[in-house]
Ligand binder design. Sequence first.
Ligand code: PAF
Length: 287
Amino acid sequence: MKIIDTIDSYSSFKNGIPKGEKIGLIPTMGSLHAGHASLIRQAQKECEYIVVSIFVNPIQFNNSEDFENYPSNLKDDISFLESLNVSLLFNPSEEIVYPNGTKTKNYDLDDLENKLEGSLRPGHFQGVATVVDRLFDLIEPDRAYFGLKDFQQVQVIKKLASIRGKSPEIIACRIIREDTGLAMSSRNSRLNTKQKKAAASIFRSLKFAEKEIRTFPVPPDALRREMKAIINSSRELRVEKILFAFSKNLELITDPDSPLDHYNENVQCFISAYAGEVRLIDNYCIS
Ligand code: PAF
């Protein structure tokens, strides 16, 4: 595997790629896990060259402590990528990604950036769009792969791709879970054993919600209360938000009186919860 951190060395790599062969990009912030491996495997089925980028993007953290504590393990990440036969690791410095200073751009994201997770993390999605746009310019991939654990991020990136109006094609890949149901995340490496065990209740509550609304009509507030009780039953976890929205446009479901099975649309449930200082998110289509 080639490891590069400059634009010139990437250009020489790219110039060596025969015409017609595809580059698949998996943008990451490192601390790689089985979720990333599944994106890489999907890309390997569809592209001849696989580029993984590792760059912890400062402008997508709305909380400086979260940025400072973001797990980083380059040595392990390199071994992990080598074991997966990745062609190239792009590991740029901040100066390469942001030659004119770390400034968030302001894309017209159809207000997607302010909904759901965006309302809890102001500036986060514009920061994600800014770095992904830059990585697309630097790497010029044919396809780019993102995990649906960050459901809203995938919608934001699809919107960004439509603004760019050119490649890459955005490929959304299913959530990879631990055997307990806990969604794989780089942040899981910061959980202690007790917290990790308790965090399985997040997915348990999502499955509970699915079963409930398939069995009988439940208004959102009642369902939220029950789900919250499942998660908060462990002292290790604290629910931040449980939100229901339409999967297709992320419009929040606000009518307290309409049961969630009453809509002729897929309903996606979004959960954020804290285990100590670690913020965990998950989502699931419950209808
Ligand atoms: O999902 C992530 O790891 C990050 O948000 C991304 C897409 C690499 C942008 O920094």
